[in-house]
Design a protein around this ligand. Structure first.
Ligand code: ADP
Length: 216
């Protein structure tokens, strides 16, 4: 489902970057990505979803060569096909929880019948539906993180990328949220790559990958 070959990327300052000769994620596979702070885990997720464009190499995801797309094509592909939980959540503060959850449907896939229902179900499961009409700016960190997780799943993406998505959650909610992400992805053979430092969560994944083992 995800094939990376000879990937090479440097930030404009030329001081930091990432080189990944070869890395694959199988259909429906759930991978925990670990590694020390500053190793490049966030950078790799941003390369996979096309926010960063590498200077060399290829990334293929479910038949699409992401690295061959133009900037607007990559953005459109990400909005339709990928769900991302960013470290800073990237919620729209001036929109309500409902509006944030419907955003991927409006921007990417186009709203289809029943999808607001899926958004509502995810909000229930992540215990944020009571804030349905509240502004994102009025939520706590943990509530914002749960909305960000729901938003990454709402459009049934083929690939979910999550950057420490449980950092602001208590132990019970952490496990609930990760189990929900795993269930959602496994139920339709979507891939999941999650950066996590939580040793309790690692056994839930099909594979644990240390970034240091895949970079050159
Ligand atoms: P991790 O997620 O493993 O903590 P990151 O991917 O955030 O690591 O960062 C990898 C390296 O790239 C670090 O040395 C970091 O300082 C650097 N870095 C991250 N973002 C930028 C940026 N926008 N510009 C320049 N360097 C960056």
């Amino acid at each position: 489902m995800l094939t990376i070959r000879d990937l090479d990327f440097s930030y404009p300052n030329g001081e930091s970057g990432l080189a990944v000769p070869q890395w694959d994620v199988a259909n429906g596979e759930a991978v925990a990505l670990v590694g020390p702070s500053g190793a490049g885990k966030t950078t790799l997720l941003k390369l996979i979803c096309g926010i960063h464009q590498p200077s060399g190499g290829t990334i293929e995801c479910v038949g699409v060569t992401v690295t061959a797309l133009s900037d607007p094509e990559r953005r459109a592909w990400r909005l339709r096909k990928v769900g991302v939980v960013f470290q800073d959540f990237a919620l729209m503060d001036y929109l309500t929880v409902r509006e944030n959850l419907l955003l991927p449907l409006r921007l990417g896939a186009g709203a289809r019948a029943g999808e607001e229902g899926h958004a509502r179900t995810l909000a229930d499961q992540l215990e944020v539906s009571r804030y349905w009409n509240k502004l994102a700016s009025e939520l706590s960190q943990g509530e914002r993180q749960r909305v960000a997780i729901a938003r990454a799943l709402v459009h049934r993406p083929v690939l979910v990328l999550a950057d420490e998505p449980t950092a602001s959650l208590d132990a019970t909610r952490k496990s609930q949220a990760v189990r929900l992400m795993l269930e959602e992805c496994r139920s339709r053979q979507a891939g999941l790559v999650m950066v996590t430092h939580d040793p309790e969560l690692l056994p839930l994944f099909d594979r644990v990958v240390s970034l240091e083992d895949i970079v050159s």
